[in-house]
Design a binder for this molecule. Structure first.
Ligand SMILES: O=C[C@H](O)[C@H](O)[C@H](O)COP(=O)(O)O
Length: 262
């Protein structure tokens, strides 16, 4: 598998692999959504299968739930878990303070609930997601289907008032129909260029009728694990300011982790 992996997949894989160092026997884990989080779920499945790791996972989407079950992870609901030791998830952007934009895969609502119900959140990512200032990636906002056009108009009006530059909101589509989240809602993607005060924007968006949640994760992430295609992994911990770097050489071994592929 590794011979056929693209540099970006290698980056995601080594980030997921490094994040597994934080997982301990008996933990209740939040399992993120997306292509990076899928590598994590596969790595954890291998640890369950081969090393007898005992964990319970709370998935943040129906897709992740399906994959987790496939690889042998015991899946429980957040209400069963009540509180989690750790959530590991991907992100669409992260800044110097480890604030995030998430929701590119449409799972931001469950992801934010799960991450907030965790002692610690680790984001696994590749280097392309690091930004000086959040906002190049369109900000996903989950809205209920009822009156979504009114919610869109209200969002645009509020953002003009906040002087957020170049705002347009587009309804996310799935082929010819509006995209529908696991909670039965729609997603508006806000094209903002530059967000400015992300904390304030997040609070303001969530005040607008019809808005369920937005993809800004402020002060939620504790650690970012960034992988690179050459096997390097950087870890940045916001709580103790630590920054460390490792390198995985096993990417040169084509047979290793062959069963972790898609
Ligand atoms: O809704 C999806 C999530 O927030 C994902 O974690 C995010 O979009 C990153 O996904 P990927 O790892 O596929 O880039």
């Amino acid at each position: 598998m590794s011979a056929n992996m693209s540099p970006i997949d290698k980056a995601k894989f080594v980030a997921a692999k490094r994040a597994c160092d934080y997982v301990q026997d008996g933990m209740k884990l939040g399992l993120g959504t997306g292509s990076t989080a899928a590598w994590l779920v596969r790595c954890l499945g291998e640890m369950v299968r081969d090393n007898g790791l005992k964990i319970k996972g709370v998935p943040t989407s129906s897709r992740t739930a399906e994959l987790a079950r496939q690889v042998g992870i015991e899946v429980i609901s957040l209400d069963e878990a009540k509180w989690l030791d750790l959530t590991i998830d991907g992100a669409d952007e992260y800044d110097h303070d480890l604030n995030l934009i998430k929701g590119g895969g449409g799972a931001l609502l469950q992801e934010k609930i799960v991450a907030t119900a965790s002692d610690q959140m680790i984001v696994i990512t590749d280097g392309s997601k690091r930004v000086e200032s959040l906002g190049n990636f369109p900000l996903p906002v989950e809205v209920i289907p009822f009156g979504w056009q009114t919610s869109k108009a209200l969002i645009e009006e509020v953002l003009v008032g906040m002087d957020v530059l170049g705002t347009t909101a587009s309804l996310r589509m799935n082929a010819d129909a509006p995209y529908v989240t696991d909670e039965g809602n729609h997603i508006l993607d806000l094209h903002l260029n530059r967000i400015g005060n992300a904390r304030q924007l997040s609070l303001v968006l969530n005040q607008i009728p019809g808005v369920v949640e937005n993809g800004l994760f402020i002060d939620i992430c504790d650690i970012v694990v960034t992988g690179y295609g050459d096997g390097r992994v950087e870890v940045q911990d916001i709580n103790n300011g630590e920054h460390d770097e490792t390198r995985y050489d096993f990417l040169d071994d084509d047979n290793l982790f062959a069963d972790l592929g898609d």
